[in-house]
Design a protein around this ligand. Structure first.
Ligand SMILES: NC(=O)c1ccc[n+]([C@@H]2O[C@H](COP(=O)([O-])OP(=O)(O)OC[C@H]3O[C@@H](n4cnc5c(N)ncnc54)[C@H](OP(=O)(O)O)[C@@H]3O)[C@@H](O)[C@H]2O)c1
Length: 275
């Protein structure tokens, strides 16, 4: 079993560590490092893992290093670790938004196996959806291990290019907020129709969860499921027709294109300069 070091011990690291332990991963083979001892003490006492305020100490123990720091500090975290990384040559997995493989390779000294992952917020409740992209140095067994690590907080898919990872960012990375917005609109509309906000919220949340569960368990596509629950001249059809008149598909397409384009920009703003 590999030893895994998390550099950064915040929300995403805690979620993945919790998921790994719940899935039977040996807690004694997990390290986490971050600047503040108090945060680490909480993690050590709740999850029983090794912690340190010294990133290189965590790295020294590990054959997999998960980079779970904010994108803005990634360069300042990796550059001082370059010599240790080159000596130890672990698999690097980054969960940072907007930091591409080129930047990760450049700041870690190059020539290392690196996986760039785009997770999403529901990973915090072990219902995440992640896209994974590997560089050419990642072996088949390291790919399997990377999938296992991210699957501990949900599900993951492999993509073949940075462009696809920008699309993953637009669909699932930012996706939870789209559903929150839709829920927000349903709660407001339900309240206008006379329900209390509490009742409208409870009905909306359970309906979202029920619909997502049905769609996940069914062999039918979302479009087929939608047609099956839409009776001619019924209430659902009246509502769906309003969405179609307002060109919902086009609005969603434009929204995801905007997220995709911002992902490309962020990689340029936050990343290392291209050669
Ligand atoms: N949370 C999400 O839902 C989500 C979704 C998708 C992607 N991500 C990505 O996941 C990464 C982490 O996000 P997060 O939400 O977990 O952030 P977070 O809760 O703020 O955690 C960041 C961690 O990095 C630590 N840190 C800061 N500087 C450091 C350094 N020099 N060396 C080592 N550790 C350092 C912080 O310690 P202190 O608190 O002591 O400063 C903290 O433990 C980000 O890059 C983000 O893009 C997060």
């Amino acid at each position: 079993m590999s030893t895994i070091a998390f550099i950064g011990a915040g929300n995403m690291a805690s979620a993945i560590i919790g998921g790994l332990i719940e899935n039977g991963f040996d807690r004694h083979k997990i390290w986490a490092s971050a600047p503040h001892q108090a945060e680490l003490d909480t993690l050590a006492s709740t999850l029983g893992i090794h912690t340190t305020t010294d990133n290189s100490r965590a790295l020294a123990a590990a054959d997999v290093v998960i980079l779970a720091v904010k994108p803005q500090v990634m360069e300042s975290v990796l550059v001082p670790l370059q010599d240790s990384l080159q000596a130890k040559r672990p698999l690097l997995i980054s969960v940072a938004a907007g930091i591409n493989l080129h930047s990760l390779a450049s700041w870690s000294g190059g020539d290392l196996a690196i996986v760039r992952c785009m997770p999403n917020t529901p990973a915090l409740v072990q219902q995440g959806a992640s896209g994974l992209l590997a560089n050419d140095l990642v072996s088949a067994s390291q790919k399997t291990l990377s999938s296992q690590i991210l699957d501990a907080v949900g599900m993951s898919v492999w993509v073949q290019s940075e462009a696809e990872l920008d699309a993953v960012t637009a669909v699932s990375g930012s996706g939870p907020a789209y559903f929150f917005l839709f829920m927000e609109a349903m709660v407001a509309a339900g309240s206008k129709l006379g329900l209390s906000p509490e009742t409208a919220t409870a009905l909306t949340l359970k309906t979202a969860l029920g619909a997502a569960t049905m769609a996940s368990q069914s062999d039918d596509s979302p479009a087929q499921l939608r047609k099956k629950v839409t009776s001619p001249n019924g209430t659902t059809e009246k509502a769906i027709n309003r969405f179609i008149e307002q060109d919902l598909h086009n609005v969603v397409e434009q929204a995801l294109q905007a997220a995709n384009d911002r992902s490309v920009e962020l990689c340029e703003e936050l990343g290392a300069k291209s050669p």
